[in-house]
Design a protein around this ligand. Structure first.
Ligand code: NI
Length: 184
């Protein structure tokens, strides 16, 4: 998902320390795949164990998301067919969801949505206003996350990616060009 530009340096460093302690590994911004590329339309596989490679993937996904001013990124968007998503709708609250499942929804919200894989575009999508999901954390421990509004929307959007679906399939009316506000 695309969101407003955000101040991310502080929380990103915190997240790195959490993932790796003092051993800061090399990170990389990965290439974001765009609409039309086959990898975005495939169902992703469950993660069965945490490995150094997957930790590196998660770090790279966070860095790639922040660098692109996104609020969420799913592994297939960087070409990896694994059930992993990262989400941060405020720039201060990163979530890593491994094998996420939406277990409860309620209400409705209708609003603009964008996607880093569909650059420069947005469209109106209706989503639940409340979502409860179950996922694994980086230690492969199950946790529950409850979300409303933008976070609920982001969870639905990212879980769709893991099933090979893009928000453009759900758009009401036409896809529009995003108008970027001037930064001061
Ligand atoms: Ni997306």
């Amino acid at each position: 998902m695309i969101g407003k530009p955000q101040e991310t340096a502080g929380c990103f460093l915190k997240m790195l320390q959490w993932l790796h302690g003092k051993d800061r590994l090399k990170m990389a911004i990965r290439n974001i795949r765009e609409m039309g590329e086959e990898v975005l339309y495939k169902k992703c596989r469950e993660v069965t164990e945490m490995t150094p490679r997957i930790k590196e993937l998660i770090e790279d996904m966070l860095e790639t998301m922040y660098e692109a001013n996104g609020v969420g990124l799913a592994a297939p968007q960087v070409g990896i067919l694994k059930r992993i998503v990262v989400i941060d709708v405020t720039g201060e609250d990163p979530h890593i969801l491994i094998n996420p499942r939406v277990v409860e929804t309620s209400g409705e919200q209708t609003g603009n949505e964008g996607c880093l894989s569909v650059p420069g575009k947005c469209g109106v999508v209706t989503r639940p206003n409340y979502v409860k999901a179950v996922a694994l954390d980086v230690n492969m421990k199950e946790f529950e996350i409850e979300a409303t509004e933008l976070l609920a929307r982001a969870i639905c959007h990212e879980v769709d990616h893991l099933e090979g679906h893009l928000y453009v399939e759900r758009v009401i009316g036409p896809l529009k060009d995003v108008e970027y506000e001037d930064e001061d």
